[in-house]
Design a protein around this ligand. Structure first.
Ligand code: ASP
Ligand code: MG
Length: 463
């Protein structure tokens, strides 16, 4: 079943992150990839070059201390223009504006969130100008657009702004005509937008993926491609297991679980627009462009793969809460979660019995208030240094997965401290100690993946 028949729109969106455009050499490489895909009428989205966003934030801090310094940013962009053989005029103008802003910060000695967004918007505004000029230079007719000029409108929640619905219509009005007549390759700033009052806003760190997914959705693109530096989504963390493979396809649901539980994939929030409209998202490798990568789709064809991936999230805090009343008292859980809510602490995994609840937190710092409040209704035990190992797998085989996983853990003398199966049932999570995590992942990967025929089949080779 193909959920994605949409006339003959062949347009794709290609998003390149900061490291893909970190310098002239990487930009040339990206231009090559774009050239290879011109038949698919790509709309390009880019992040700021390399560490520019971080450098801009550092420049603001320095300016607050009276020492504005944008040498690194200037040098990086000027050098890129030089190495690419393009004019630096527009880059210079923006750098000029940026310097003035920093002088302003020195004078008023403060940076509001609104100013911060204005400041970090320079990263993406610079990078699109560089890439677009270079594409033009090598004969790929191109124009750059600041996202707000093609209709990206958000609320005024600076540094983490929410996209307003009218954005979709706006983008279609501005760029939709390229579908009939692909007269140039647009290069669009990721990450930035404007609010209704015309202030520049940003979509949260890593927000360029969201930009790409919004554009893909607005234009009903054939596919949104997010270019990274691995062959798509891997069976597990390649820093722990040598023999990983990339997955051919995962569902949006699986991808979201993967992201929440530590895999380096897209932020689930950034996939939402595409998911709603059934636009496939593909994670591709800019170092290995021929590799198909991993496709993320709304619904997978029936498949019989037992397990898709194993993720690992270290440095987690486990909180055990046992009701002091020792019975399933009405409202106990509600009270517990109310306390977390009031303390504004977000919870990852939860397992409950009638009188106790165990849950995990990302951040184990500053929990004394939480402990105090919880201790009014329960005995509380807070343990740091834990790891969540998540098995993302087939809904229909959860017992088989559990059985196999428990066998592996038992054979390795690992004492599991909590187990939970998410409501979506694509995720089974185990808590173990941090220092047991790597061996667990290695052994689980070996047992579920390595050596099986299916494993050899699920992907090409991952380099
Ligand atoms: N440049 C922004 C950041 O570093 C946005 C992005 O890269 O997606 O967070
Ligand atoms: Mg970036």
């Amino acid at each position: 079943m193909n959920l994605n028949i949409r006339g003959n729109n062949k347009m794709i969106v290609m998003k390149f992150g900061g490291s893909s455009v970190a310098n002239a050499e990487r930009i040339k490489h990206v231009a090559e990839i774009i050239k290879m895909n011109l038949d698919e009428e790509p709309v390009i989205v880019v992040s700021a070059m390399g560490k520019t966003t971080d450098n801009l934030l550092a420049a603001a801090d320095a300016a607050l201390k009276g020492k504005p310094n944008i040498d690194a940013i200037k040098e990086l962009h000027f050098q890129a223009c030089k190495d690419l053989g393009i004019s630096k005029k527009e880059v210079e103008d923006l750098i000029q504006e940026l310097s003035q802003l920093l002088v302003g910060i020195v004078l008023i000695k403060e940076v509001s969130l609104r100013t911060k967004d204005y400041l970090i918007s320079f990263g993406e505004r610079l990078s699109v100008r560089v890439l677009s000029a270079y594409l033009d230079k090598i004969g790929i007719s191109s124009k750059y657009h600041d996202a707000f000029d093609i209709g990206f409108i958000t609320d005024s929640n600076f540094t983490n702004a929410g996209i307003l619905d009218e954005t979709y219509k706006n983008i279609d009005n501005k760029l939709g005509k390229l579908k009939d007549n692909y007269s140039y390759t647009p290069v669009i700033t990721g990450f930035i937008a404007k609010d209704k009052d015309g202030n520049i806003t940003t979509l949260g760190r890593g927000g360029s993926d969201l930009t790409a997914s919004v554009i893909g959705t607005a234009l009903e693109a054939k596919e949104v491609q997010v270019w990274k530096d691995v062959d798509g989504i891997l069976t597990t963390d390649p820093r722990i297991v040598e023999n990983t493979k990339s997955l051919e396809a995962v569902s949006f649901e699986e991808a979201a679980e993967l992201a929440y539980f530590g895999a380096k994939v897209l932020h689930p929030r950034s996939m939402l627009p595409a998911m709603k409209k059934n636009i496939p998202v593909r994670v591709k490798n800019s170092y290995n462009p021929k590799h198909p990568g991993t496709k993320i789709v709304a619904k997978l064809e029936d498949e019989d793969t037992l397990l898709k991936a194993i993720t690992i999230k270290k440095n987690i805090t486990l909180v055990d809460i046992v009701s002091t009343r020792m019975l399933g008292q009405y409202g106990f859980l509600a009270k517990v979660f109310d306390i977390f809510n009031k303390e504004r602490i977000s919870v990852d995994m939860v397992a409950t019995s009638e009188v106790s609840v165990s849950l995990t937190l990302d951040n184990g710092n500053g929990l004394s208030d939480l402990r105090e409040k919880l201790e009014e209704i329960a005995n509380v035990n807070i343990k740091k240094g834990k790891t969540i190992i998540s098995l993302i797998g087939n809904v229909h085989h959860s017992s088989e997965i559990l059985n196999k996983a428990c066998g592996v853990l038992k054979n390795n003398n690992i004492n599991v401290q909590m187990i939970s199966q998410g409501a979506s049932k694509v995720n089974i999570g185990f808590i173990v100690d941090d220092d047991e995590a790597e061996i667990c992942v290695k052994e689980l990967h070996k047992s579920f993946f390595e050596g099986t025929e299916k494993f050899k089949k699920i992907s090409g080779s991952s380099s």
